[in-house]
Design a protein around this ligand. Structure first.
Ligand code: PHB
Length: 402
């Protein structure tokens, strides 16, 4: 919080406390403050994203998308302006509880929007569940967030890790691949995407012959690529993202595996990196809830507006950030900006029909998108849509008691 804002907040808290007879001005929640001030105060939005490290570009795309949704609505959701509080979480899980508390306790935000890394999301979950603060997760796929840790105040506008690879089993089967090796980072994101793939592939009669891991965010792939060459599976399946994905695609080609053993992955492997990898991505097939060339009215308008505003092409992360904005807009519209009515906001968000650039989606009971998974293929600098690999795929939300 800036000094000005902190002073402002304390001043109004004190005035309200005196008015209402409350003894501790600091005990007043921002929601109560907002309610007492009618709709004049700004809604406090905490952005907890990686702005440094291998996922930095992903965090920026998410924020860009969110701000575009806001700009399209004239800078207001539910008639209220937003005030942003930002924390760089560095994709560092041990720092996650402290970082989440900076937003929840120190800045007293009404809603937290974040993050990218599954391990960081797991660290946020405890703080969010204890405080009851609204949380919109615009990327991190940790299955538990809308599984065993699901809660009324927890929403996600992206995917579960399971969702992004489950449909690949069917894809590989159709190509006649019987064996596969999965290679990824050894953390929740990688392990759970491996799990989704294994479940889907084995259901189709395929065999995952080897799981290869390296610590996040390491990118020394050489030894593992040599191992793949000696195993000679029918296919290699992978999850890397951001800078790590770009390096992996280049190393796969340099190791002489490209063109020999076909490479597949969750779409993060090729999203937002094609400018950086030359022809190393060419022909790689992936599944994801977004693709290039969808050619719908909504997607075309989104892409044009994003490119005009940021002089960049949007990717899946930008879409997820945009939809986080759209979901918050639905919540605040539903209560006419009264952010203190949390139950009303939750109800409005639960029943939202999001008109997304990826295609329309709704939320499952566990608050995760039920969405089409596209099959995409890298053609030039595009993740070209080849079809729908799985229509309206819902995460099984294992362990969610909601
Ligand atoms: C995750 O850790 O959940 C994660 C990170 C980056 C991605 C996708 C998932 O691109």
């Amino acid at each position: 919080m800036s000094d000005y804002n902190r002073r402002d907040f304390l001043k109004s808290s004190a005035a309200l406390a005196a008015f209402s007879g409350a003894s501790a001005a600091g005990a007043l929640l921002p929601a109560a403050l907002a309610q007492a001030q009618g709709t004049s105060a700004k809604v406090r939005v905490g952005l907890m994203l990686p702005y440094t490290g291998t996922f930095a570009q992903l965090g920026v795309a998410i924020e860009n998308g969110f701000r575009l949704a806001l700009a399209e609505r004239g800078g207001k959701f539910g008639g209220r302006e937003l005030e942003f509080f930002k924390v760089d979480d560095e994709s560092d899980p041990p720092k996650a509880p402290e970082n989440a508390n900076k937003l929840v306790q120190r800045d007293k935000v009404d809603v937290v929007v974040g993050t990218v890394h599954s391990g960081v999301a797991m660290g946020m979950a405890k703080v969010i569940r204890e405080s009851g603060t609204l949380w919109i997760n615009p990327n991190a796929g940790a299955d538990e967030v809308t599984g065993a840790l699901c809660a009324p105040n927890i929403f996600r506008t992206s995917f579960t890790n399971w969702q992004t690879t489950y449909a690949l089993g069917k894809v590989l089967k159709a190509k006649g691949h019987k064996t596969a090796v999965f290679i990824t980072w050894n953390y929740a994101g990688g392990v759970q995407m491996m799990g989704g793939f294994k479940e889907g592939f084995e259901k189709e009669g395929g065999k995952l012959v080897k799981e290869l891991y390296l610590p996040f965010p390491q990118v020394e792939f050489q030894a593992l690529l040599t191992e793949i060459a000696s195993i000679k599976p029918d296919a290699v399946v992978s999850f890397f993202a951001g800078g790590g994905a770009a390096k992996f695609l280049k190393d796969y080609q340099a190791a002489g595996l490209k063109g020999k053993i076909p490479l597949y992955g969750s779409g993060f492997l090729t999203d937002g990196v094609l400018e950086a990898v030359g022809d190393a991505g060419e022909g790689v097939e992936t599944t994801l809830h977004y693709a290039d060339g969808l050619d719908t009215k909504k997607d075309n308008a989104f892409r044009l507006a994003y490119a005009k505003t940021y002089k960049l092409q949007p990717d899946v992360y930008a879409v997820q950030g945009y939809d986080a904005g759209q979901l918050l807009a639905a919540g605040l519209d539903g209560v006419k900006g009264n952010v203190g009515d949390k139950a009303g906001m939750i109800k409005a968000m639960e029943s939202a029909k999001i008109d997304s650039p990826r295609g329309p989606w709704t939320l499952s009971k566990a608050h995760n998108p039920v969405q089409d998974m596209y099959l995409r293929k890298v053609v030039g600098k595009q993740n070209k849509v080849m079809g729908v690999a799985w229509k309206a795929l819902a995460d099984p939300a294992r362990g969610c008691k909601a």
